[in-house]
Design a protein around this ligand. Structure first.
Ligand SMILES: [Zn+2]
Length: 388
């Protein structure tokens, strides 16, 4: 089977567009050379005032519509995927529905000449596939190209193909890049399958509050990738500067872009950080080794990152009974912190349900999760302690 990437404008595709209102079908385009809705495809379902409007909105804003697939059938082209999008702009251009622009209802003919031209001159990326029906179907189901399913970034590269993607691939998709080994200490993914590029784009896009799609759309025709490269390097250099030890394998694939945004304004002592990482990685109570990096960055304020083991119910019961017996004898509260106070709770005996288990020596200071390091506190005091 053969596949060719072609580029048609909206204007070319809608030439001779016919929409059958009765059957709810877009029928032809490309001056009759394109069958928009072969019998086996479902009816037009985008005419809900949302999806069809979104298609026009995308065209007006210069967002790509995504890949479209045509099947080459003798002298005719059939739409394999994209009929909903094509029928949407075909119907709009032929005056079948209106959209809101700046609060005003606009049909195609009431749009400004500039806006009309923007829609008509939009280039669509269309794969023309030539093969047997079975081949086409198989190919289409998995979106296979030469037998390898495209991953998300590969699809994006196809959709936004142009000088920017080309330049970005030179930088991030070349296994022989001198920095590749360093990058792969922190990032999972195969550069040849665009794994590093995907991460680099994700970082810079989310630092600007954008999706990767929107970022690529905005930069599609840029010839240089300075911003992408600079931001990526800032993140990597920051990680390598804070954690100066040889990278652990758990550091691969962490959300370094997010961590950079959250913590790069703080100063850290690399020697202290490295020593603390060593301790935490060796602590048996720490169940999630990859959590220790953010835990340390956060000033050890997010214990949930480490999934510290909780005390067992039977240990809590034993500690509770022991404390309560002692407290009753002494006429004071079974919460040791309440017992120290001067208010009405000074002699209050809490039920087991009203108390929580607490580490006597904090686990962050090496305290273990076992009975000998367990004290029961009333919930108020336990929470107050946890928030310190
Ligand atoms: Zn208390």
């Amino acid at each position: 089977m053969k596949t060719d990437l072609k580029h048609y404008t909206v204007s070319q595709v809608v030439e001779g567009f016919v929409y059958n209102e009765l059957e709810g079908k877009g029928l032809f385009g490309l001056a009759g050379a394109l069958v928009i809705q072969p019998e086996y495809q479902r009816n037009y379902i985008y005419n809900d005032g949302k999806k069809d409007v979104a298609v026009i909105d995308s065209l007006l804003k210069g967002y790509p519509l995504g890949l479209i697939y045509f099947n080459v059938e003798d002298d005719v082209l059939e739409v394999l995927d994209g009929q909903q999008r094509i029928t949407s702009f075909g119907r709009f251009v032929t005056g079948k529905f209106a959209i809101q622009v700046d609060g005003k209802e606009q049909t195609f003919s009431s749009l400004s000449k500039d806006q009309q031209a923007k829609i008509l001159e939009t280039e669509l990326d269309i794969y023309e596939c030539d093969g047997s029906e079975v081949e086409i179907k198989q190919w289409f189901e998995t979106i296979n190209i030469v037998g390898v399913p495209l991953n998300d970034q590969e699809l994006l590269n196809a959709i936004y193909s142009g000088p920017f993607v080309t330049a970005a691939k030179v930088e991030f998709s070349n296994s022989n890049n001198a920095y590749m080994q360093k990058w792969q200490s922190y990032i999972k993914g195969d550069p040849k399958r665009q794994g590093i590029l995907a991460v680099a784009l994700g970082w810079v896009a989310s630092s600007q509050g954008k999706t990767v799609d929107a970022y690529l759309a905005a930069h599609r025709n840029d010839t240089a990738v300075v911003e992408l490269k600079t931001y990526f390097t800032s993140v990597i250099d920051w990680v390598a500067g804070v954690f100066t030890r040889p990278p652990d394998k758990e550091m691969r694939g962490l959300e370094w872009g997010r961590l950079y945004e959250e913590y790069h304004g703080q100063s850290y002592n690399a020697a202290t950080i490295d020593a603390r990482i060593d301790e935490l990685r060796a602590a048996p109570a720490v169940h999630v080794a990859k959590g220790v990096y953010e835990f340390v960055l956060s000033g050890e304020t997010k214990p949930q990152l480490l999934d510290i083991r909780l005390f067992e119910d039977k240990d809590k019961r034993v500690a509770y009974d022991r404390q309560t017996k002692k407290a009753r004898a002494a006429g004071e509260s079974n919460c040791p912190l309440c017992a120290l106070g001067t208010d009405n709770n000074k002699a209050k005996i809490y039920t087991l349900k009203e108390m929580d288990a607490d580490h006597v020596t904090a686990w962050s200071k090496g305290g273990e999760t076992k009975l000998s390091n367990l004290t029961m506190l009333c919930q108020t005091h336990n929470r107050a302690k946890g928030n310190r």
